[in-house]
Ligand binder design. Structure first.
Ligand code: 5RP
Length: 224
């Protein structure tokens, strides 16, 4: 069992019968969804689930995990999701898989967000991983230009096999190479207040539990 699988499996120990659970996106959340699927099949675990991406929705359907539309979910007990970077304050960069908007909406609706990641995601300062910024397609070149002028760091539209990458919400993503993000809250607020920006991959003060998996299959759990 590698670090991603170990972290994903460990987090599913928090899932209890009757809960409404948010299903994250990516190769670590994949293992959590697999484990939930096993528990549904083997134990008859009864939960309600909502997915943070079309990819996770497809996986959950294949595993017979009961999925619900957002309109039918007034409250989420627990969401398990991955991260691209985690700092000691448990602030995150997310969105490497392009699902940041739905991930943030689901996380903010949840009583608890459990982050699952392998230990390579554990950093002192966020920003080595390019920060994903989801923007509306209309005049997206203006938004890119505005952000380039404001921050003076390399950034560009995410590509997918030679074409512009389009999110599950029909938007584009700008990946911005900040290098070091010292003031996470300030940057998060500035980006959120920028017209044309839908949301960004900085998750500040949202995660209270992080499960880090090591290559030898052991995990360490951080809470605050
Ligand atoms: C998708 C995400 C993922 O959780 C993040 O990219 C981590 O993915 P992985 O577990 O595959 O490394 O934010 O938008």
């Amino acid at each position: 069992m590698n670090g991603k699988q170990a972290a994903g499996y460990r987090a599913v120990e928090w899932v209890e019968p009757g809960m409404t659970v948010g299903l994250g996106t990516g190769s670590t959340a994949y293992w959590a969804i697999q484990r939930i699927g096993e528990r549904v099949k083997q134990e008859g675990l009864e939960i309600r689930a909502i997915a943070t991406s079309k990819a996770s929705e497809k996986l959950a359907k294949e595993l017979n995990i009961p999925l619900y539309e957002a309109a039918d979910i007034p409250h989420i007990d627990l969401t398990i999701d991955g991260a691209d970077e985690v700092n000691p304050q448990m602030d995150l960069i997310k969105g490497g898989g392009g699902a940041l908007l739905r991930e943030k909406m689901v996380a903010l609706k949840s009583d608890k967000l459990i982050v699952v990641a392998d230990s390579s995601k554990d950093v002192n300062v966020l920003g080595t991983f390019k920060l994903p910024i989801e923007v509306v397609p209309f005049a997206s070149e203006w938004t890119l230009d505005l952000l380039r002028r404001r921050y003076e760091v390399p950034m560009d539209f995410r590509q997918n096999e030679g074409s512009i990458y389009i999110t599950d919400n029909g938007n584009y993503i700008i990946d911005a190479a900040f290098g070091r993000i010292e003031e996470t809250g300030k940057l998060a607020d500035e980006l959120k207040a920028t017209t044309g920006v839908v949301d960004h991959g900085l998750f500040v003060g949202i995660a209270k539990t992080v499960v880090l998996g090591n290559e030898d299959g052991t995990v360490s759990v951080r809470t605050k």
